[in-house]
Design a protein around this ligand. Structure first.
Ligand SMILES: [Zn+2]
Length: 377
């Protein structure tokens, strides 16, 4: 009886493990063609943004489906026809699909008042974060403005006002644990769009896009090119243009997918399983601050250590900045970003204690592992 029961338990356990493995293996890419339906996006002379976005998105999805089995990569569209989808519904679709990567596809435009309107061209790939220039903010404002097409936008978006600069302060500390991966994909997308599709390189940038902010996964917003430039518009409206643009994004996807899966095709489960574990462990919990927690944040670096990362930025930030809310931080430079951490812990468990405290000040804080001053997780 006992043996049989044990066997039963083992069978159940192995089924659970199997189910978990199958789930972890499948990579979900969410493709988000911007605008749609009553929302045309940027308007050109011969076409419009919503049409280009959808054409490129569908071609990209086709290419992924052609090269990967559904058990490896699942393609989810926020829309696959000409319909209006609210920003919060796009985010909901992505989050419910438990996406591993969110690619929002858009077309840029220059304001009619700008004299250089017809000559400005090029591709820009955005991750969510604080804009560095006014023009980056303008792009985010324009893309966020679709909220105005909804009657109850103020309620739906918790008072976020797409045209008010103050609203964008919320994005300042949105340096989530997905930022590195987002920048990784954004860089690949930019690289291929400027080579395969031969677009002008306008760089990888950060700005406060609501839709990127509300998706809990690596997320980028691609501005393919400018519809206000007649040559660029013609390219994006052509079958050849759609093919080249979608091919560029596909190549970026292939490189990215290979990288996050440890260079394996088909995918290994290590990366997905690991990140799943981490998010469970680092779930915020309301725990009273204690003297021990503070004491554990000693400033003596060890060869292998854990730290709590609270901020990343493309420019260096003074360690005495108000942004750190009185915390003593250390800086390190990694993958093109300046990153700021609190504490030097000998174990993950010690770091977790402080993480709970720090999450109250920095909701997106997370634990990193360092070896001899370099990040190894
Ligand atoms: Zn757009």
């Amino acid at each position: 009886m006992k043996v049989r029961f044990l066997k039963y338990i083992l069978t159940i356990l192995s089924l659970v493990v199997l189910a978990f493995n199958t789930e972890a293996k499948q990579f979900v890419v969410v493709i988000d063609p911007g605008h749609g339906g009553k929302d045309y996006g940027a308007i050109g002379a011969v076409t419009n943004e919503k049409t280009i976005n959808l054409n490129v998105a569908k071609k990209l999805g086709e290419k992924i489906r052609k090269n990967y089995g559904e058990d490896e990569v699942k393609v989810v569209y926020t829309r696959d026809k000409d319909v209006f989808i609210a920003l919060n519904d796009r985010a909901r679709i992505a989050n419910e699909a438990k996406g591993d990567l969110f690619i929002s596809i858009h077309v840029n435009s220059v304001d009619k008042k700008n004299k250089r309107r017809a000559t400005i061209a090029g591709t820009e790939v955005y991750t969510c974060g604080l804009h560095r220039t006014e023009s980056n903010l303008e792009v985010a404002k324009r893309e966020n403005a679709v909220m105005y097409l909804e009657d109850d936008y103020s309620q739906k978006y918790q008072g976020f006002d797409p045209t008010s600069p103050e609203s964008y302060i919320a994005f300042e500390l949105n340096q989530s644990k997905h930022l590195d991966r987002s920048i990784e994909f954004a860089t690949l997308a930019k690289d291929y769009l400027t080579t395969t599709a031969r677009r002008v390189d306008k760089g990888v940038k950060q700005a406060g896009f609501w839709v990127l902010w509300s998706t809990g996964m690596p997320a980028v917003l691609v501005e393919l090119d400018f519809i206000s430039n007649p040559t660029s518009e013609k390219f994006m409206a052509s079958a050849n243009g759609v093919e080249k643009l979608s091919k560029s994004l596909y190549q970026a996807f292939e490189d990215y997918y290979t990288a996050v899966n440890g260079g394996q095709r088909p995918a290994g489960t290590a990366t997905a399983a690991k990140s799943g574990d981490n998010s469970k462990k680092s779930e915020p919990a309301a725990v009273a601050d204690s003297v021990e927690e503070y004491a554990a944040e000693s400033d003596a670096p060890a060869t292998v250590e854990y730290r709590v990362q609270v901020l990343a930025n493309d420019k260096a930030v003074s360690t005495s900045s108000r942004l750190f809310k009185g915390e003593k931080v250390s800086e390190y430079f990694d993958r093109g970003m300046y990153k700021y951490t609190v504490g030097h812990f000998r174990s993950q468990a010690e770091a977790e204690k402080s993480l709970r405290r720090l999450r109250k000040k920095f909701p997106q804080a997370f634990i990193i592992k360092m070896e001899n001053g370099r990040r190894v997780d």
